[in-house]
Write a protein that binds this ligand. Structure first.
Ligand code: 0WD
Ligand code: CA
Length: 380
């Protein structure tokens, strides 16, 4: 009987610790108090040059130059055919640039509030791109695009890297000429509003090369999840608080002419803009509104912290607390699922609109994303 009760005890233990198979994304489940989200701290940065080479410095950081008129003469189509070098978006870099940063800067990661419960070599629970977290935050409101996120645990830290869905790949390879050109417009707007140096002026006559990037690396905590992530930053303002408080996100968007367009802008676009900038603590977003011919008709600055006030008049609108509570629960779900510490093992988390988050497990598959040079490095 001792044996039996012991067995029963173990069975119930097992049931309690068995991870949930799925996670719901229903927004009503996440209407709770806003979870703790610590002020993001910049712990480093890196640059990618015109050939996508990594540099452990700020050489690609640009400076925001306020347009001289609120309606400047920016033609976003200029240079598309003859002064544009486009990054090859068929090349999947996964977390590689972040991992290079980690190998070169592991001493910069703050382990001050490391508790005994976190037993990872890096002192963080998750390493990922900011863009991946943006997708998680907006999931309860997303009705169009699903996602696939690969997760592996290595020395106690869970790394999360996106896998392109079949639908996203199909969109990418069948983009129309018009769509291709409109993707350029955002980068052209950056060229009109950014200078290389603190006292420089923008050079709209130069080449737009989308290989070039400046990325901030920030550390923060969402409830009990310690996060280290990196995001691309468009530019900074000259006289401003230290990073990330000095950073500016640049956006372009179709001009708003009707109440319906305004409502759609608030409900869909501002959600994505807010999530992306809130995560790394980027305080302002400068938007260029353009017409169908790519002419900028107005420029407007949004304070990231005021966006949720701005949309409160919209009925059935999104709520920051739902986004953050879902992200918190998603990361808890990932922790409960990703148990085995093995960089060759991938837990593939998948979500499609109107479905729950599910996962599958893959050993030594094409989904494996932590490179040999990272897992072999004796310092990590
Ligand atoms: O290889 C991959 N599958 C990915 C690589 C997926 C996502 C990101 N990346 C890398 C790239 O190295 C890039 O430099 O991430 C960096 C940007 O990461 P992020 O900041 O986490 O991404 P996100 O917030 O989605 O995008 C920020 C900006 C975009 O600006 P807008 O205003 O359009 O949101 O980064 C650019 C784009 O300018 N961008 C990308 N650049 C390179 N590769 C990518 C991408 N895949 N996606 C967006
Ligand atoms: Ca941007």
């Amino acid at each position: 009987s001792d044996f039996n009760s012991d067995k029963r005890h173990r069975a119930s233990e097992e049931a309690q610790h068995r991870p949930a198979e799925t996670l719901s994304a229903h927004r009503q489940l996440y209407e709770r108090n806003f979870p703790l989200y610590k002020q993001p701290v910049e712990v480093g940065f890196f640059s990618l040059d015109s050939h996508r080479n990594f540099f452990n410095d700020q050489r690609q950081l640009r400076y925001y130059v306020e347009p001289r008129k609120s309606c400047p003469d920016f033609n976003l189509r200029d240079g598309y055919t003859n002064r544009f070098v486009k990054r090859d978006d068929g090349v999947k870099e996964k977390l590689d640039h972040m991992l290079k940063w980690i190998l070169a800067n592991r001493d910069k990661i703050k382990t001050r509030d490391q508790t005994s419960s976190s037993s990872s070599a890096l002192g963080v629970d998750f390493v990922t791109w900011r863009g991946h977290l943006t997708k998680v935050l907006t999931t309860p409101y997303e009705t169009q695009e699903g996602w696939m996120l690969a997760a592996s645990k290595f020395r106690g830290t869970i790394y999360i890297s996106e896998v392109e869905t079949e639908a996203a790949r199909a969109n990418r390879v069948t983009r129309s000429e018009r769509q291709e050109e409109m993707m350029y417009w955002g980068y052209k707007f950056e060229q009109y509003t950014c200078a290389d140096g603190a006292d420089g002026t923008p050079d709209p006559g130069g080449v737009v090369n989308t290989n070039e990037a400046f990325c901030t690396v920030v550390q923060t905590r969402l409830a009990d999840h310690k996060l280290l992530f990196s995001g691309e930053v468009d530019c900074r303002v000259k006289d401003a608080p230290p990073a990330p408080g000095c950073y500016v996100e640049l956006k372009t968007s179709a001009e708003i002419c009707t109440p319906k367009q305004r409502s759609n802008f608030h409900r869909y676009k501002l959600l994505k803009w807010w999530a992306q900038s809130f995560l790394p603590g980027v305080p302002q977003i400068v938007a260029g509104f353009r017409d169908h011919d790519g002419i900028v008709v107005s420029i407007q600055t949004f304070q990231t912290s005021k966006i949720s006030q701005l949309i409160k008049n919209e009925q059935n609108c999104w709520k920051p607390t739902v986004c953050m509570n879902f992200c918190n629960d998603f990361l808890s779900f990932v922790k409960s699922v990703v148990k085995e510490d093995d960089p060759r093992l991938v837990y593939l988390l998948e979500w499609d609109p109107h479905r729950d988050v599910t996962y599958t497990v893959h050993r030594d598959s094409p989904f494996t994303f932590l490179p040999e040079w990272y897992v072999k490095d004796t310092r990590s």
